[in-house]
Write a protein that binds this ligand. Structure first.
Ligand code: XIL
Length: 357
């Protein structure tokens, strides 16, 4: 059966997959339209793609995705308005000088944040004069919490955004997104939100945003996990947001935004920076135990998601197939990775059966 039918029947509004424009044709496109009712632009909506040089917007690839969405009735989860990565250096420079936290430099960066968000919104508004844009949600800010402890409030990531504007850049980004995309659900998004300490920081920041009356509608969990990460931790992070919502009286949607499961059980934390390929589990195709472990992990994960389907609007898998997963090449070559429900030939895997069964 199609994943969107199985999961749709279980209460998930949006069942999606991350693709780039090359997957809008051929067999890849057939897989997307059969199994998924939503897409996230994997790269085609990122600042470096959309505004490579200041004032010059390029929507060629994003438009291909939107053409595909329009032709097939697919929803779109927008990714991403403000991020530290895949963002051109010019955002944070003035000529050959780095922007500082001086009021004059803050004004420059604030104006650029507005121009970027407005530039995208103007394009979308021009494409959809009747207001029927398929983009139902946006990642407004992405990955703003650091993994470890630091001196910043809520262990905010020490990004260029933070260095110039402080935590206020998050407020600013949401207020601008609310002004220019009044119909869209506005999400914060991060990875490792199931790690207990990072989860606490993440919720702390969201609580502060709510207290400052920032127009945030939802909390995103990337869920780039591996077999060693207990699925119960994912449940704890979803429950934490539900508790925060109850505590503050502010309704908060949730989304699983970038789901994949890495096969790094035996090399968790291994140093792959030199490109060395570490040990890994046997391929599921060759080993019944590995196949069972993979399938049961995905089953358990979706059981957790189902337990939270009241607040969990959206589940998105990061990549249409194992061959197309970013984990195959990041942060070094990892040819054994099998992180999605579909194999290199677009056939279903034990992960798929884990979801469906
Ligand atoms: C990844 C893409 O999948 C890759 O193709 C690209 O080279 C790097 O970015 N967190 C995010 C995503 O929010 O945008 C990242 O996507 C994966 C981690």
């Amino acid at each position: 059966p199609a994943l969107q039918d199985v999961l749709g029947a279980q209460g998930f509004e949006h069942v999606g997959v991350a693709i780039d424009s090359r997957e809008t044709v051929g067999r890849a496109a057939q897989l997307v339209t059969k199994h998924y009712g939503a897409i996230t632009p994997e790269n085609d909506g990122k600042p470096e793609v959309v505004q490579p040089t200041e004032g010059t917007f390029d929507f060629t690839n994003l438009d291909r995705l939107l053409d595909f969405a329009d032709a097939t009735g697919t929803d779109v989860y927008g990714h991403v308005l403000a991020w530290h990565s895949q963002t051109p250096a010019w955002f944070f420079r003035d000529g050959d000088r780095n922007l500082t936290s001086s009021p004059a430099d803050q004004a420059i960066l604030r104006a650029r944040l507005e121009a970027h968000i407005k530039g995208i919104a103007d394009h979308i508004d021009a494409r959809y004069p009747d207001g029927d844009s398929p983009i139902w949600a946006w990642d407004v800010v992405n990955e703003v919490i650091a993994d470890g402890d630091n001196a910043n409030p809520h262990d905010m990531r020490d990004s260029r955004w933070f260095q110039v504007l402080g935590e206020q850049f998050v407020d600013e980004a949401f207020r601008l997104a609310d002004r220019y995309f009044p119909e869209a659900e506005l999400f914060i998004n991060d990875y490792n939100t199931e790690m207990p300490e990072k989860r606490a920081d993440y919720l702390d920041l969201v609580r502060s945003l709510i207290q400052r009356d920032v127009p945030i509608d939802g909390v995103g969990h990337q869920v780039h996990v591996d077999f060693a990460r207990p699925v119960e931790w994912v449940g704890d992070s979803l429950a934490g947001v539900e508790r925060l919502s109850a505590e503050t009286g502010r309704p908060l949607l949730q989304a699983i935004t970038e789901l994949d499961v890495s096969d790094s059980k035996e090399n968790n934390g291994a140093d792959v920076s030199n490109g060395t390929v570490p040990q890994h589990s046997p391929a599921y195709a060759d080993d019944a135990d590995a196949a069972a472990e993979l399938g049961y992990y995905w089953r358990d994960l979706f059981e957790v998601f189902r337990d939270h389907s009241d607040s969990l609007e959206s589940v998105t898998v990061w990549g249409i197939s194992n061959a197309r997963s970013w984990l195959r090449t990041w942060p070094a070559a990892r040819p054994w990775e099998q992180p999605t429900p579909f194999d290199d030939d677009l056939q279903v895997t034990p992960a798929y059966w884990g979801i469906v069964d």
